[in-house]
Design a protein around this ligand. Structure first.
Ligand SMILES: Nc1ncnc2c1ncn2[C@@H]1O[C@H](COP(=O)(O)OP(=O)(O)O)[C@@H](O)[C@H]1O
Ligand SMILES: [Mg+2]
Length: 235
C-alpha cells in the first residue's frame, strides 16, 4: 500500500475505497482480454486523487467500477468497509445514489429536461421533499451562475455550460465522493480552469474526489497521482 501525507493523518482518516486485487476482462469464445489487472488501491476520505495513463489503459473502466456502474470480473471492493462485491444490484444503485456524484466526459445530461429539471433529478432519487428541492436547486443555480439558464435545454448551452450543469448535478445532493472522467476534456482552457477550481474548492470542503485526466496541470490539483498502463497501476 502506498504511503501518502503524514503517517499521523493516515491513522486518523478512514478508508473510503479499498480495492483488492481487482481484475476486469472481456471474454468471447476465443480469447479473454484483460482491461484491469491486480489493482490494489486505497483512497481515504478527503483525498483528491488523479488517475492518468494512455488512452485504452483502463482509466474509465476503473472509475466505473469505483462508481458502482460496472462490476469487476474478480477481486474485492470495500466502500466505507462495506463489501461492494457482495451487494445486490438494488443495494449498489442505492449506495451509488446516496454517496456518489459522477461527472462523465460527455456530460450525460438528460436532453428532454431543462437545466432546472436536470439539477432536480438527484434530489428526486433521494426523495428530498418539494420545498427543499426548490431551495436546493435555486441555491445551486445561483452558486454556478446559471439562474438565467434554468429553463434552457442542454442543446441550447455551450459545452462548457453543459459541463457546469453536469458538475452542479453531481454535487447538488452533496455526495461524499465525486468521480470525474476527464471533466475538462471537451472544454476551452479557461472553462477547464473554472471546473478545476470548483473541484478543488469542493475537496477543501471535505468531498473526496477521483478524477481521470490527461493534463499534468489538472493532475496537480490533486494530492496524489495514480498512473495506469495496460491495466496495471505503475509502481
Ligand atoms: N464493453 C467492452 N467490451 C470489450 N472491451 C472493452 C469494453 N469496454 C472497454 N473495453 C476495452 O477496455 C480497454 C480500456 O478502456 P477504457 O477503460 O475506456 O480506457 P481509457 O479510459 O483509459 O481510455 C480498451 O482497450 C477498451 O477497448
Ligand atoms: Mg476513458
Amino acid at each position: 500500500m502506498k504511503i501518502f501525507g503524514t503517517s499521523e493523518q493516515n491513522e486518523r482518516t478512514k478508508a473510503m475505497i479499498n480495492l483488492k486485487n481487482i481484475e476486469k476482462y472481456y471474454e468471447n469464445r476465443v480469447i479473454k482480454t484483460y482491461v484491469l489487472r491486480g489493482i490494489n488501491l486505497e483512497v481515504k476520505e478527503g483525498e483528491f486523487v488523479s488517475i492518468m495513463g494512455p488512452s485504452g489503459s483502463g482509466k474509465t473502466t476503473l472509475l466505473n467500477i469505483v462508481g458502482m456502474l460496472d462490476a469487476p470480473s474478480n477481486g474485492e471492493y470495500y466502500f466505507l468497509d462495506e463489501p461492494v462485491h457482495k451487494m445486490s444490484e438494488k443495494k449498489l444503485t442505492e449506495l451509488h445514489k446516496t454517496y456518489i456524484g459522477f461527472v462523465f466526459q460527455s456530460y450525460h445530461l438528460i436532453d428532454e429536461l431543462t437545466v432546472y429539471e436536470n439539477l432536480e433529478t438527484p434530489l428526486l432519487y433521494q426523495k428530498v421533499n418539494s420545498n427543499e428541492r426548490k431551495g436546493r436547486v435555486a441555491e445551486t443555480l445561483d452558486r454556478f451562475g446559471m439562474v438565467a439558464k434554468k429553463d434552457l435545454f442542454p442543446n441550447q448551452l455551450s459545452g462548457g455550460q453543459q459541463q457546469l450543469v453536469a458538475i452542479a448535478r453531481a454535487v447538488i445532493a452533496e455526495p461524499k465522493l465525486i468521480l470525474a472522467d476527464e471533466p475538462t476534456g471537451n472544454l476551452h482552457s479557461e472553462q477547464g480552469k473554472e471546473i478545476m477550481d470548483l473541484l478543488k474548492k469542493l475537496n477543501e470542503q471535505g468531498t473526496t474526489i477521483i478524477q481521470v485526466t490527461h493534463s499534468e496541470t489538472n493532475a496537480a490539483y490533486g494530492n496524489r497521482v495514480i498512473r495506469l498502463k495496460d491495466g496495471w497501476i505503475e509502481k
